[in-house]
Write a protein that binds this ligand. Sequence first.
Ligand code: NAD
Ligand code: MG
Length: 389
Amino acid sequence: MKRVSIFGATGSIGQNTIDLIKRAPSEYQVVALTGGGNVRQLAADARALNAEVAVIADPARLPDLRAALEGTTVECAAGATALQEAASRPADWVMSAIIGAAGLRPGLAALAQGATLALANKETLVAAGPLVMSEAARHEATILPVDSEHSAIFQALAGEAPASVERVILTASGGAFRDWPLAKLETATPEEAATHPNWDMGQRITIDSASMFNKALEVIEAREFFGFEPEQIEVLIHPESMVHALVGHVDGGLMAHLGAPDMRHAIGYALHWPARAPLPVARLDLAALGKLTFSDPDPARYPALDLAQRVMRRGGLSGAIFNAAKERALDHFIARRIGFTDMARIVSAVLDRTDATAGVVDAEFTLDNVLNADHLARIRTDEIIASRG
Ligand code: NAD
Ligand code: MG
């Protein structure tokens, strides 16, 4: 039996992971399930899967969690320390599907106990790539990408010599505003941005798809995980979301990964790796589809992509700053304090300011320094927004 833990179990990736586990319950022993605040969902799944421990991030909800799990053997806990403790419990496979930089520390704890880390939480690599990769190596722990593009690259690279890779292409649907007139983006609302043409995801990542901050994070994630140079990483708009990524080799050949837009493919691949197992995902009917289309992203529509290149060239802790500023700007957009197009302007301004305080960006790559850069970037974001009046 495989011992598995799921961090962010109540979210979109977490629920898709649980769907796969529930289909073969005899193969898994569930160690820890965690959620941010949705006690009802967390308790229902902990009960159904007979988890060893259920952790709710919000300490105020612990009494509700206890009440919901009364009469079961599931342990209940709450708060950041409990999350760390749960991540340290021996497990073979840990799904990292908390959203945002909050996923970093549980992921590091899972690596420290040698678990295979199925990494949906791209922010972990964007904020702290070198630290996370060196921790994985130090503890001989495996990281498997769960982001669909990175799972696609990982699969396309199987059996290939890394030196034969010339370039990689990440595809992007273009998000909710792909066909909107540029001028209209200024007034786009959070509700409009949170509608995705193809993928059914959490609210935050769906808005990040409309702004392409999600793709910007993924470009940096690809650099950190696979070690590609910034100029080797390309992005193509592909509205059908059937080709998830392509790897280009020195001989000009492109290896593409195709599949229906269903995260259970990438999750299931990581769950069964290195084997493949049948998955409950739709099979593509290419003849019915008829054609697949691709185009270059317009930098004026998607300024986040240029910011990703800037961050990669700057290096150091600028990924942590970029991610934190993006998270904070997104909070302000969701709260309707800033407009949709303000997000990229503000993140750019935060990068300008933190570049000027070089000590932060160029500090040594330790967890404390990453958390410090993250904290500072959130303060700077708030300051810049407040100063706009
Ligand atoms: P989501 O918002 O649906 O779920 C996030 C989960 O994290 C929930 O369980 C939530 O309760 C929990 N959480 C939120 N804040 C927390 C905090 N501060 N501390 C502890 N737990 C917290 O998000 P999602 O769409 O499932 O995405 C999860 C991660 O996977 C993100 O990093 C995202 O970029 C990545 N990802 C998602 C998809 C997708 O299809 N949804 C695809 C690729 C990558
Ligand atoms: Mg993705």
